[in-house]
Design a protein. Structure first.
Length: 102
């Protein structure tokens, strides 16, 4: 294969991977369960009852508010019992927000 074809194919593969990285999110439902959110919060009738139901949270709060709440709950309420999930990546939190919108 000549160099031009190889470069073109390599570039196409790279761009496809980059596109996938930015458009295909992790599974928000899995994150909600694995991180233990479901133990305290309910969503669409499933989960815990000790914390707010998150079924309609995206109708009440902006994406940036939800993102900040997940990263630093005490920024909104200094007495919040919710732990920080600052270890979650931007993409993981985006997946959670998309899950809440489903």
């Amino acid at each position: 294969m000549d160099r031009k074809k190889y470069t073109l194919i390599a570039t196409a593969v790279f761009l496809a991977g980059l596109f996938a990285w930015f458009t295909i999110l992790p599974d928000g439902a899995v994150i909600f369960s694995e991180e233990g959110c479901i133990d305290c919060h309910s969503f669409k009738g499933r989960g815990g009852s000790t914390c707010p139901d998150l079924t309609a949270v995206t109708g009440r709060r902006s994406d940036s508010w939800i993102r900040r709440q997940i990263n630093d709950p005490r920024s909104h309420n200094p007495n919040s019992m919710m732990p920080s999930f600052s270890h979650l990546s931007y993409r993981e939190i985006s997946a959670l927000i998309q899950f809440f919108k489903s």
